[in-house]
Design a protein around this ligand. Sequence first.
Ligand code: ATP
Ligand code: MG
Length: 426
Amino acid sequence: MDREPIFEAGRQSPDLPKLCRYLSERSPLPMVAVHGSTHIVSYLNPAFARLVGRDRSELIGFSFADAVPEGEANGCIALLDRVFHTGTHECLIEQEHRQSHPRTVYWSYAVWAILGEVEQPTGVMIQVTDATEIAHFRRQSMGMNEELLLSTIRQHELVEAAESLNAKLREAHDQLEERVAERTAELAAANDTLRNEIRIRETAESDRRDLLRRLGTAQEEERRRISRDLHDQMGQLVTALGLGLKALEDSTVDPSPYRPHLVRLRELNDQIGRESHKLAMELRPTALDDLGLQAALANYVEAWSEQSSIEIDFHSTGFDGQRLDSLIETSLYRVVTEALTNVLKHGKAHRVSVILQRTPNQAVALVEDDGIGFDSESMKSSDAHLGRLGLRGMQERLTLIGGTLTIESTPGNGTTIIARVSLSNG
Ligand SMILES: Nc1ncnc2c1ncn2[C@@H]1O[C@H](COP(=O)(O)OP(=O)(O)OP(=O)(O)O)[C@@H](O)[C@H]1O
Ligand SMILES: [Mg+2]
């Protein structure tokens, strides 16, 4: 390796001005020397020429501001002024340079005074460091810091918003709870009122049923009394009258003009006797009280068939001579007789079946005819049943004893009436 010229052979220390020039010329750090208060460039090293992209000859002898136009704005010239006047050294870090460079660069300046013979500043030495990377990095980190700060603030805001939302939710929830509680209380009160009304209605309904039951019983009692009176008193009187007429007839000697009248009167008396007996039976058949439902219905059905000339089948099962509760017997008897009256009145039937059936749990009476039938469904939903007592009376009688009535009928297909009474309570 060649010896550098500043180290001359045989010398212990180098020539200082030469060394300075050597250091400055070889330094990778840009350096400029300016003199006078207007900062005229007196020296610049190659690194500075490269930094500003100019030749030495273009800058030497010109103001520093020509080499670095941003100096006025970024405080660099003011710094040179200060150092030139005070003789101290100062630094100016990361100054932005836009004008002279296509992309923004940042320079840091280290500035110190060049002292003359009387230790007075005659100029200023400027060393420039390209701080672009550091500045970019610093700005990036500042940007990131700012973003971080912003995001922290935003986070904080979000937390606050979430808390306020939570508070509102809690409030809404509390209000809802309050309203639910109020509504529940209202509903409970409405329920109580409803229950009271239901109770009142149930009592009214039970009173009505009780009244109907008593009416029904009273009616049956009355029928029974009239029937008995008819049978006993009327019967006795008619019998007595018959006997008297017979005696009168026997005592009249033939030929007598009164005899035909007496015969006619006796026949009339017999007819009155038969009619009153029939009436008594219709009012309250003694068989119902004495022999029970099965026997009473068997009698009735036979008489009905004879009178109407309609064939009738009567079947009874499960009774084995046992009696039912009197009210149940009377109700089923009246349902069957009313159903048979309807067959006669409306049915135009040729054949009728009456079935009585008893099981341990229920008693059933069924009347079926093959007549013209009717639309039982529309009868229920329309006003057609108003003013008609038969089917409604059957229904009411059965309701009073906890029974049910089923009417199966369509026009042209006959009619079936089924009465069911539960016997499970006794
Ligand atoms: N076996 C039947 N066949 C055909 N139609 C019937 C029969 N039973 C009832 N109906 C019809 O149902 C209607 C209602 O019968 P319900 O016994 O209630 O009244 P009603 O017999 O007309 O009058 P009431 O019985 O009051 O004297 C009858 O008018 C008739 O049209
Ligand atoms: Mg009727």
